[in-house]
Design a binder for this molecule. Structure first.
Ligand code: SF4
Length: 97
């Protein structure tokens, strides 16, 4: 599933075949059983975001996003996670007013 700047795998649909783990060129995928203690929260995050109504299922191969090389070595990327598109963020802010 694809969000504004992040991809997730639905743990409830994954059959743990590990094909994607080996295919990811930047080691960004780990099986749920292989997660380190400091990574365990990502399983719940993947579950939550794969149910987000605005996140879309990826059904065709896509090219890497522009600038993807700049993110390979960046640590603590979690703080950059966007759950909603800018338009949804604006709507949420309007509803909060
Ligand atoms: S390729 Fe990855 S996401 Fe798909 S079923 Fe296998 S382990 Fe799960």
């Amino acid at each position: 599933m694809e969000g504004p700047n992040f991809l997730v795998i639905n743990p409830d649909e994954c059959i743990d075949c590990s094909v994607c783990v080996a295919e990811c060129p930047v080691d960004a995928i780990a099986g749920e059983q292989e997660l380190r203690p400091d990574q365990k929260h990502f399983a719940q995050l993947n579950r939550e975001l794969s149910r987000h109504p605005d996140w879309k299922r990826i059904t065709v191969r896509k090219s890497p996003l522009p600038g993807h090389e700049q993110w390979v070595g960046v640590k603590e990327k979690f703080r950059f996670l966007e759950r909603q598109s800018p338009r949804e963020n604006d709507r949420a802010l309007e509803e909060a007013d």
